[in-house]
Design a protein around this ligand. Sequence first.
Ligand code: 13P
Ligand code: SF4
Length: 302
Amino acid sequence: MSQDIMTAIAQKKKELKAIILAHYYQLPEIQDTADFVGDSLQLARQAAATDAEVIIFCGVGFMAESAKILNPDKTVILPEIKAGCAMADMADASTLREMKRMHPDAVVVSYVNTSAEVKAESDICCTSANAEQVIRSIPADKKIIFVPDKNLGAYIESQTGRKMILWEGCCPVHDELTAAEIEEQKQMHPGAKVVVHPECPPRVTKIADAVKSTAGILAYVKNTPEEEFIIGTEEGFLYTLQKNCPDKKFYLAKSNFRCPDMKYITLEKLLISLQDKYYQYEVREDIRLKAKLALERMLAIK
Ligand code: 13P
Ligand code: SF4
């Protein structure tokens, strides 16, 4: 049955000259169907570079929206309109404008997990993979407003020694992880290295062996000789890790580490979205042009 759907998806994709991009948190069968699987920085780079006419984005809204901002002439489809990001919903453009009025000289750095309107109010975007580089690229005498993830912001402050004005937002999925849950896993797997995403709170990042974006975690587990890892990020990523390192062992830092928005897209929905060309992202042109600048400044940082 799923083989039939995968064949139908492949046919329809060819017909539309489409490319399927998927985030690491997507369901295993979606990852297996995608042309490219990656973290949000890699996906943004793929979206910027593709010559496909249609981009099917298996991820959440802000990712598809960023692809549309970078590719106004292409059709960008998110197979499930409900797939949003709880953290992106915590930041709005009018509050950000108010903050900018209070700190007129500040540089605004927005995490890609934001709406197009918030990106349009920002000087430069970042992802968890390049946030440190982005912050280091800003002259030391400049104030920085960092939107919206206070946990990523606090982690970058700890790495760069740079104080920033942090927005009061977070990822509810990562923010719930506790130090006690990590300690419990460490007791069960004493030799395992603890690797967590920087969206986790400081109480967790402080006790981890490594703090990295999803692509960073993958590179870390591949390149270290250690065999066992406690992973502090969304559960869908364990499939990627196990597929890439079949001889290593991975333990989720807590049970039910799940982003519901990342799980909306199924093979059936993916096929229907290709057939109906739905849901197509559109971004108002004046907002798109400003948001594009912030994204392009980020992509220019290698
Ligand atoms: P990455 O950039 O590490 O893929 O993270 C995106 C995200 O939404 C994590 O919750
Ligand atoms: Fe957003 Fe958190 Fe889900 Fe990532 S895991 S998409 S930050 S809600």
